[in-house]
Structures are given as C-alpha cells and as structure tokens.
Design a protein around this ligand. Sequence first.
Ligand SMILES: [Zn+2]
Length: 449
Amino acid sequence: MHTITPSTSHTLSTNTIATAVTAQRSYLLDTLSQLVAAPSPSGNETPACTTMEGLLQELGLTTERIPMDTDALSGHPLFSCPCSPDGNRFNLLAEINPPGNATPVGLNVLFNGHLDVVPTGPEHLWAKDPYQPYEQDGWLYGRGAGDMKGGIACVLTAIRTLQSLGLQPASRIGINTVVDEEDTGNGTLASLGVLQRARSKARYSGYDAVIIPEPFGETLMAAQIGVCWLTVTLTGRPAHVAYMNQGLNPISAGIQIMQALKQVQDEWNLPKNRHPAFAHVNNPININLGTIEGGEWKSSVPCTCTMGIRASFYPGRDAQEAIAWFSRFIEETARRLNPDLEVEIAHNGFAAPGCVYDLQHPAMQALSQSHAALHGAPPTHLACTATTDGRHFRLATDWAVTNYGPTARNIHGIDECVSIDSMLRVTQTLVHYIVTQCGVVPIASSNVT
Ligand SMILES: [Zn+2]
C-alpha cells in the first residue's frame, strides 16, 4: 500500500484543472452520446463494448477483451447464476502503466464501470427515442446516460484532460468496463479474476484504490445493501370461473405472498432492526415485485403465476443464506395459504451480499479531499439501498474502494438523464485525484500523438 505523496514535481492548481476539464466539455458529451447511442441491455452489450473499445483506442490505450466465462466463475463465493448466455460477450480492460514501466510513484488506481443498461420500458412514454441521446437544460438524456455511461465518460475525459496538458500518470491506472452488472455482477468478477491471476505472478500487487463512478450525486458510498433475485413459479388448479371455488388461483396466492414479504420488509426497516450503517436511512430494505406473468383466459382460474422478485438484506449476511431464508419463507407462506399450491423457486440473478466501505482508508480520504479541493466541501456519505460492483472489490480484495459519480435523474425509469455540470465536477475531482495520488509526468515525446 502506497500512502506517500507521489514524488512528482508536477502539481496543478485547482484552477488549471477546472479550466482544462471544462475545455473537454464537447469531448465529454460526444463520448457519452456515442456510448448511449450503442444499446446495451444486460445480455446484449456488445455494441457498447465495441464503441468503448474504439474510445479507449482513440486515447492511445491498449485494450484487452475479457470474455464472459461462467464455468470459470461458478465456484467463486461472489458468483451469481447468470440470466443470459456467455455468447461472445466481453469486458474491456485498459491499463496505463508508468512510462518505461517505472515503479509507480503513488497509488495504482482502477476505475470500474458497467456498460450494460436496464430495459427502456414502453418507449412511447419517453420524450424521445431512449437510444438517441440529446442535451436539454444542462442534462444529457438517454437510457444509460446516468446509469452509468456518464461516469465512464468522466473517466475517459479525465485521461483526455491529462493528455491535453501533456501529462500521463506516473502510477498504474486501470479502466475496466464490464457487462452484466444490472443482473448478476459477474462481469466485474471475470475481470477481477484476470487481474488477480495476472498480478500474483507479476511485479506489482494489483491496485491500491478502486473508484466506481456510479451516479449517486457526487457522494462517497459508505455502505450498500445486499440484494437477491428470486423467480417464483406457483402452480394452482385451473377451473371454469363459474365454479371458481373448485379451482386454486396462483395469481391471487402470489399477491398474498407479496403481502407477507412486505411485512418482512416493514419489520426489517424498523429503526431498531436496521444495520448501523443504515440507521439514518428510511426504508433501506425494499422487496419489489418486478415482473409477473400468469393466466390464460379471463374466464378461467389460472394455472400458473411466475413472479420475479428482488429482495434486499443487510450487510454481514451471506447471500446464499439470505436466498435460502426467503425461499423457505415463500414456501411456508404458500403452504399456509393452500397445501395444494405448488411452488418452484429459481435463483438466477443477484446473489449479492451487502458491504460497508472503509472511507477512513487514506486512499478514500484523499478522494474526499480532492472533491473538497475543487468544490469547497467534502462529499457527503451515502448508505446505498441498491447494490453495486463495489462489493466484489470490498469483499474479495484489500484494495480501498467506493462509488463516486455524477448526479443523475430517473435511472431505471423514463427520460433518464445525467447532469452535465455534475459530470464536469466529477471529472475535475478525478483529475485532481490522479495528479495528487498517482502522480503525473510529462508524456514522453515518442508517445506524443
Ligand atoms: Zn449502475
């Protein structure tokens, strides 16, 4: 762990950084627009990955494709059962090493971000085509603009800003963009495996700090909730609706099971039951019926009902144990409703434990200080009621990690957008962090393009 201030003679005033980043505004917007215009719902991310590859190469970086390989990951304690086939899907890793492979003078920093996005929902509800990015009143709109292509664009703009100043990092910077974050987190797990295997044989020991620019309003993430997905299929007994009492309605049963789960949610949300990291958060636990399918005919008691449920639980709890607990609860509730109800539960998707981040770590304090240097006050801390890929680094490495990214609106909703000013502010913080923590040196003349 490097905790020393980098021994570089290159310091930049906050004014210089602010001005240099602002000068890259059109690069930032163009980069983000290209990424948004490449649709990338989880499972079909390749258009965005290919666009990203081009953007990294434009910056002069060498990229490595890390293929999705479920078999290689399936034994990992942080693995989630996939929702999509591996296909030819891949992550992208680009690393910038100190010139001449010199010893890093400061922190080695990895930026991690996901390229996959959630479905748009009915496109007619959007003001414009969700994959045709546009700027309005200081916001850039489009599916994924906030979550989280905007944060990725900030990272690229930070590197580009340094290049515009004739500088390059004097420690290792990694940019890892991944697939499959919105349903499993297996993308980051694949890259992490490659990094850990490669580094164990190499001169360096990996990274010191990881920053994930997820769109949480320029906060530093102090904790995140655990999340699991359950697909529950209930089978009842169909009948003509004229003789409804002879049937057994699995959709009605599903609604009652959800009501029972909501009671669990309300109980876990009581202040006395909250994890200390979530003591001041209202409703940290959210159990959501996200999808429902079932029934065949309005005048028939239905045969089946399939519900896609997202449930959450506090840090400190094993994800598989939480999944087993919810499964048992659902089975017991169904049995109480009617012993003839058949219950099948599949566990594809998130098996994501919660975690508490170490914001006292010097590398995280330094990030707070970089934000304060540029923007006047340190960032506030967030106990997040969603999951992020940060858990993999927190739970499987000793690298300091948090989420810090721009302000967005309507993520996972309609007319998603990201604040352009906030992206510029985050980019300024990242440049300051690289300069002060990684150190920078002039670009070797042979490398100048
Ligand atoms: Zn995200």
